[in-house]
Write a protein that binds this ligand. Structure first.
Ligand code: AP5
Ligand code: MG
Length: 216
């Protein structure tokens, strides 16, 4: 049976940081809807153009487009044993669609670690984030600085600051999270899949708590 893990939590809580580490440990592909949209933007696809108009405002990309993109990604051969989902689902329509989709693959969501941190922590993390162009590796100028400023430790590519990390967009993203994504906390709690993880701890401690959940 494939294993599907959904990382739930607000913008900036550390989903991407943790997913990169866990994907390797659990030997599952890391599927980030935000990274897939950014790849489409970089490649100037129609999907990228559409997604960018929403992302720049801190709004969610429409469900049908997002679900179609995730369906295509989860159908790839590297997902045969499951996947680690980061940033999807983000609405109850997406969660219902995921349930149906995974049933087609003979699986279901196995674990939903819900990573939490207070809003000022999120704002501070996003304000100091630097992301790598080639593979989306993330750093923080204070909490997780690259060895050499401006270059990724892992692949040497240029580090940049995401357009949607401007303070007005960050506040809108957090509002959108509380309005549209937070209902998924109850959705997965009711299904007995949710485990709350304190995301305000050091990166290594958060990783240890996550590993304890997914090894269950
Ligand atoms: P997306 O790319 O998913 O952004 P997000 O959910 O807002 O989350 P972030 O990537 O900003 O934060 P993160 O939790 O990954 O934190 P990170 O590890 O980088 O989505 C972007 C946009 O795409 C959305 O706004 C929407 O428009 C669209 N979109 C995406 N998915 C969609 C969907 N399903 N439906 C519709 N639209 C969708 O860490 C942040 C910083 O903190 C880094 O600098 C890191 O180094 C640092 N850090 C991490 N952990 C720690 C720690 N423990 N201690 C100290 N610092 C830490
Ligand atoms: Mg991320």
């Amino acid at each position: 049976m494939p294993t599907y893990i959904v990382l739930l939590g607000p913008p900036g809580v550390g989903k991407g940081t943790q997913a990169k580490i866990l994907a390797e440990t659990a030997s599952l592909p890391h599927i980030s809807s935000g990274d897939l949209f950014r790849e489409n933007i970089k490649n100037e696809t129609e999907l990228g153009k559409l997604a960018q108009s929403y992302m720049n405002k801190g709004e969610l990309v429409p469900d049908d487009v997002t679900i179609g993109m995730i369906r295509a990604r989860l159908s790839q051969p590297d997902c045969v044993n499951g996947a680690l989902l980061d940033g999807f689902p983000r609405t109850s329509v997406q969660a219902d669609a995921l349930e149906k989709l995974l049933a087609e693959f003979g699986g279901s969501v196995n674990h939903v670690p819900y990573i939490t941190a207070a809003e000022p922590v999120l704002v501070e993390r996003l304000g100091g984030r630097w992301t790598c162009r080639a593979n989306g590796h993330v750093f923080h100028e204070k909490h997780n600085p690259p060895k050499q400023a401006g270059a990724c430790d892992l692949d040497g590519s240029e580090l940049y600051q995401r357009d949607d990390d401007k303070s007005e967009t960050v506040h809108r993203r957090i509002q959108v999270y509380f309005g549209q994504t937070a209902p998924l906390i109850e959705y997965y709690r009711q299904r007995g899949l949710l485990t709350e993880i304190n995301g305000a701890q050091a990166i290594e401690k958060v990783t240890a708590d996550l590993l304890a959940v997914i090894k269950k």
